[in-house]
Design a protein around this ligand. Sequence first.
Ligand code: ATP
Length: 870
Amino acid sequence: MESPSKRRKKNDSKPTPATHGSLDFFFRKQAQQSLASPSSTSAQDQSKSEQSLSDEELARKLQEEWAREDESQSQRINVGETSASSDSAYRNERDAEESLTDTLAKSDSEAKAVPSEHEKAILGLQSTASDGDAVTLTIPFDQSPLVFNPSTYVPELKRQWAKEGGDALYALLTRCFFLVNSTQSRIKIVDTLVNCLRVIIESDPDSLLPAVWLATNSISPPYISLELGLGGSAISKALKKVCGLDSAGLKTLYDKHGDAGDVAFEAKKRQSFTLRKPKPLSIKSAYQTLVKIANSKGHGSVEQKQRLVERLLQDARGPEESRYIVRTLVQHLRIGAVKTTMLIALARAFQLSRPEGADFPLQDLASLAKLKKDELAAVWSSAEETVKTCFARRPNYNDLVPGLLEVGVSDELLLRCSLALHIPLRPMLGSITRDLSEMLTKLQGRDFSCEYKYDGQRAQVHCDENGKVSIFSRHLEVMTDKYPDLVALVPEIRGDGVSSFILEGEVVAVDRNSGQLKTFQTLTNRARKDVDIGSIQVEVCLFAFDLMYLNGEQLLDRPFRERRALLRSMFIEKEHHFTWVQSIDATSTDSETVLEFFKSATEIKCEGIMVKVLDNLPNPDLLPPGQSPPHTEQLPTPKKSKKSKNAQEKDTEKEKGTRRKALLATYEPDKRLDSWLKVKKDYATSADTIDLIPVAGWHGQGRKAKWWSPILLACRNPATGSLEVVTKCISGFTDKFYQANKEKYEQGGQNTHGKRPSYIEYSAYEPDVWFEPQEVWEMAFADITLSPTYTAAIGLVSEERGLSMRFPRFLRVREDKSIEEASTAEFLAALYRKQEARVKETDNIGAEPRGNGLDADEEGLDNEDDEDHY
Ligand code: ATP
């Protein structure tokens, strides 16, 4: 799950028609069906008759239906397989399912009208907890880990789990999720996770890995493609079926709560019957079912997935379990246990607990309890740094968790999780700087390299001694199939002395003859996978900027100057195919040169510059008079020191008696440090603003679940009297504004018919609510693009395409303007023409057609959900 801001440069920047997080897809389909399908009346009748059935009758009816489905499914489902273990897990599960199904189907057909005593037990009232659950439901996971004692709970939990097959139950995770969800405090969230992980480590270590996957709301690392592939409709259908709701009931719940998990909670609360005696979900079985859903491919997979979802929902005991199962299914768990938090929790948990039989050392609780706050923080931080380093180099819980269970947080773990070919490391990131002068101030006393910041797609290229090549995206997805031309290029660029390597660069669309750079949007026109090397339309050049591994040796701890020298000496340029990023070396005294370089970057369609520290040590000649360079022994020695980099930096800082941080020139996977600075041309390249009318909105996700976000905005077309939608906006709003906006449009401002008003021109993804147009908002934007989605100003600039805006940002409500004074389509078109003229001025070698494929919302706008900034 990626934040919108990350979608831009993902290996998938095409529009996603329906988000998993929403059920609107289902409702839209329902609406369409009821309009289009001649059988809709009978469907309605059926739903009506279902409503008039008693709970028990309905349960029996569905039971029969399921038994029939089970029978036919078991004969025809063809399930894709990825691994032997998931396959055998699948078979075991399936056997269990089938025997249960058989029993139920048999008992169902034996007793027709009058349910037997046995059946009554099966079709009994929903039970939410068994006796043993009482322990689970009261575990104080949110205590301080220094107080919490897993052994108080483990024996009783194990006794309870033994009755259900021995595996840790999903109820335990639900308890943890519930507590995490009930607090805003990051400390409490981490404590709760730490304690929950400790209980699992000490009671059922085999469930730790699936628990970590479930808590991080994922099932595999990004470079192993395993997608649930569920639409909102699968979940809403399952909710209706399992909880006995009709469409209207479900829609009411959804409109009220806006979150699929909360809807499931309410639906389950209201459920008065259960179809089978719930078989308690275990952590393992929940995870395995998700893997099965993801692996379900080919003919019959839709039904198979549907059935698995229904089983999950049915086996979820009680509303809370249902809430989190559904949130897991819609891939929006909302518990803030994202990567960073999970790594911290794992590091701490393994300082305090180990599985039976393991002998790695643990911290002594009594001694920890005596430490001062900052001393305790130092103990945690050192362990956290190790775990984070491991995960940054090997971003896969399947590697990390088994390693932790065996050797704990140790040097051995670092060895096990070191860099490996064909496994992407998490890329180093650049910090944002406001402008060049801020950058020059930050890097005083340092030698640095300024590089063009190309507007393409980051690529990590791996090649082993046998010449096998893998290419990964910024978000670690495999894109080897997308760039067969780069794969073919590797033998040519690899110098004689190179056997294996991992290098990094930016793939940019180029004109093969002139080498002229093309826009990022041009690059998005390349297919995502299975690109045929013989029919490539979008030619690319790889601009290499770093080398992390060479001939079996990892180079992360070498200073950038050295890595760059190796890159440039060991590899061979090929004109317009493979080269180095354009760069100059400079210091803070070279402001004029740097400014010129920055200008030259923007002139050739680069986004700005990246500035990288070249050496670990400051240049003594550049230090202000009176300030001496730090002694060598004060500097971190990355290979030997067991201290975290942060701790080292702090030490150096202290000893130097200066506030300036020691900036390392090493490659730091997954870190955003000041040793890499991004200086971009301002997003708001356009000084123009436009006045638009808010016309519709979607239920927000996550933090914004209670409000409308994004919001759809339109301009006026005075000729037709219609409002033409221009863009969706999620940027520039404060929470207070969102709240007020929600209230405003609830108090009579909302168009309650639920249909697009005929005077609004819009045909893309249906919003959740249409507003009664009533006000004007002043909007800023980066630039205006030709849009494949929006039809605003169609015919004024292009006959086929309308206009939209990139990076729209709300500025203010124009209290002084009525909606009749909102900007017109002609005004929008004029802005576009003005912008194009400006572009041609700076680029008279024939500008790339702009706006061929992406609108703002597809490019991603805000970072607020970025887990790295958690
Ligand atoms: P980030 O990748 O830092 O999280 P982001 O996704 O918003 O941020 P940008 O702010 O555009 O991306 O900047 C970083 C990206 O710039 C890199 O991930 C890389 O794809 C690209 N880039 C282009 N030229 C260079 C370069 N010379 N050195 C490093 N990165 C570069």
